[in-house]
Design a protein around this ligand. Structure first.
Ligand SMILES: O=C(O)CC1=CCC(=O)O1
Length: 96
């Protein structure tokens, strides 16, 4: 199951820099582990903003919820999720 996930980061301005740096480092490690495992297919920065657009490939809504809720930045992000399906005009045979 493919999902588009949009994340906008909103770290409080009064968070000490060393705490923010630690959360961001843990977020990066977690995101890279999920990419290596294949659940996080794409991770794109939205140019001009502290936001990303990601594509996840997971087995269920519950798995996506589990992954997203464990993001170290989860308490500091606005997140929107949309399910995806193959477009009939796509020429990419490996679209799922
Ligand atoms: O910086 C972001 O867009 C938030 C984020 C998600 C995964 C990651 O490494 O950073």
């Amino acid at each position: 199951m493919l999902f588009k996930v949009e994340m906008t980061v909103k770290i409080p301005h009064d968070m000490p820099e060393e705490i923010a740096a630690d959360i961001k480092a843990r977020e990066k490690a977690y995101a890279q582990k999920l990419q290596a495992q294949g659940q996080w297919l794409h991770l794109w920065r939205v140019a001009g903003s502290y936001a990303n657009v990601s594509i996840f490939d997971v087995q269920s809504n519950e798995e996506l919820q589990e992954i997203i809720s464990q993001l170290p930045l989860f308490p500091y992000m606005e997140i929107s999720v949309a399910p995806l399906c193959r477009h009939p005009s796509s020429i990419h045979e490996d679209d799922r």
